[in-house]
Design a protein. Structure first.
Length: 79
């Protein structure tokens, strides 16, 4: 996991804990809910910590996004 992906993972699990805890591994599409939550976390992170003209793509790559979603999915299914 890259440093950016790790930062996004920690930020998401810290700031969106309630949303993540509501996602059930037995639901129809848990990955969709995870992706939506991580996307919200990315937007909030960029708003809080980056300059006004920063875009999501400038801070986090698609690979970072995919790695974080996969890690959260693994956390949910293994707990």
């Amino acid at each position: 996991m890259t440093a950016e992906a790790r930062e996004l993972y920690v930020y998401t699990t810290d700031h969106f804990e309630k949303e993540i805890n509501r996602i059930s591994p037995n639901s129809v599409a848990p990955m969709i809910a995870i992706r939506q939550t991580v996307k919200k976390a990315m937007q909030k992170y960029v708003t809080e910590y980056c300059s006004i003209d920063s875009k999501l793509e400038d801070v986090f790559s698609e690979n970072d996004f995919a790695q974080v979603c996969e890690q959260i999915y693994n956390d949910i299914t293994n707990n």
